[in-house]
Write a protein that binds this ligand. Structure first.
Ligand SMILES: NC(=O)c1ccc[n+]([C@@H]2O[C@H](COP(=O)([O-])OP(=O)(O)OC[C@H]3O[C@@H](n4cnc5c(N)ncnc54)[C@H](OP(=O)(O)O)[C@@H]3O)[C@@H](O)[C@H]2O)c1
Length: 308
């Protein structure tokens, strides 16, 4: 593979992908608003996420462009934050489409982030790519508009893939970090009713799925998640077992609401029932290394223990 360009690659998923590809000697270019040090294989390049500039040259001849840009949704959904959540995703996606159109040799494939949260909440049926019903609340609408801007970009020489990614599990960042903290402070019981489904994917399978989508002639929507979502109470029990913590206090909705307000986030991230299914990856015989949560969490807890 020639180089991979990752817009918004300085964050949690971008860093994981940079490590994954550079470990295979594949050069990575990160488009960031705050470039820092570059290494022999990972180069950080300035962009502002909304206008074209010198960074467009980095796209020439790239194997893949992956867009992960967006203000974190781990915040209070104030009017101002909602606007930033929309604009950071829509503007970056739009300008990448324009940049591709300026290239002599555009990237072969453009993978644009969306989220598995686009689907309407479900406690029963699976939300697959073909049958999954898309919802209308704030976070679902963000994803719909994000995907719409991406679909509207006309890039005849660049294949396009939408990543409807579920919660990515890694001790290095994302949702797993606060869950580990809760479990270790004795608050690792279920959240809310505990009946809501959690859709998740091990960070290694996330990176492998991205590589697979680059290497295969796929296009359109892909659910990037393990085939085994499970209920929050089972998820938290499995996490406690992986950490060898025998018990954990549950967190009822009012306490979660108070906690979320205090730490400046929203309860939706924990309480929405997401039962998402990676139909297309399975149809194409993508093999998950960690399809089951028990093995995934045991592996991730070992990774964390080795790092500390
Ligand atoms: N983590 C998950 O489990 C998960 C699951 C589903 C979907 N996603 C989606 O996947 C994407 C990447 O997730 P992540 O966890 O890696 O997020 P992250 O750690 O917050 O990284 C996102 C990156 O976006 C860039 N960014 C932030 N605000 C921006 C703005 N206003 N304009 C342009 N760029 C901006 C930042 O780069 P600079 O500050 O360096 O410019 C940041 O490093 C996000 O869009 C997220 O919604 C994540």
């Amino acid at each position: 593979m020639s180089k991979i360009v990752i817009a918004g690659g300085s964050g949690f998923l971008g860093e994981a992908l940079s490590r994954y590809f550079s470990a295979k000697d594949i050069p990575v270019v990160i488009l960031t608003r705050k470039p820092g040090n570059s290494s022999s294989l990972v180069k950080e390049v300035y962009w502002d996420g909304k206008t074209t500039g010198n960074w467009v040259n980095e796209l020439e001849g790239a194997e893949a462009l992956i867009n992960l840009s967006g203000k974190s949704v781990n915040c209070r959904y104030t009017q101002q934050n909602r606007k930033k959540i929309y604009r950071s995703r829509l503007d970056s996606t739009y300008i990448l489409g324009e940049a591709i159109r300026q290239c002599h040799t555009p990237p072969r494939v453009w993978l644009n982030s969306s989220s598995a949260t686009i689907y309407r909440e479900s406690y029963t049926s699976y939300r697959g790519e073909y049958t999954g019903e898309v919802g209308n609340n704030f976070s679902e609408d963000v994803c719909k508009q994000w995907e719409s801007i991406f679909r509207d970009a006309i890039t005849p020489r660049t294949r396009k893939v939408i990543l409807r990614t579920a919660i990515v599990l890694s001790p290095r960042g994302g949702a797993m970090v606060p869950l580990l903290r809760l479990a270790r402070t004795g608050l690792g019981g279920h959240q809310g009713s505990g009946q809501q489904f959690v859709s998740w994917i091990h960070i290694h399978d996330f990176c492998r799925a991205i590589e697979w989508l680059i290497q295969n002639p796929e296009r359109g929507i892909y659910n990037v998640c393990s085939p085994h979502p499970l209920r929050n109470n089972v998820f938290m029990k499995t996490l406690r077992e992986a950490l060898k913590i025998p018990a954990g206090l549950p967190l009822p909705v009012p306490m979660l609401a108070l906690g979320a307000r205090l730490i400046g986030t929203e309860t939706e991230l924990l309480l929405k029932s997401r039962k998402v299914y990676p139909q297309r990856l399975l149809d194409k015989e993508f093999v998950f290394e960690f399809p089951d949560l028990k093995a995934a969490l045991e592996d991730l807890c070992q990774v964390e223990a080795k790092r500390s």
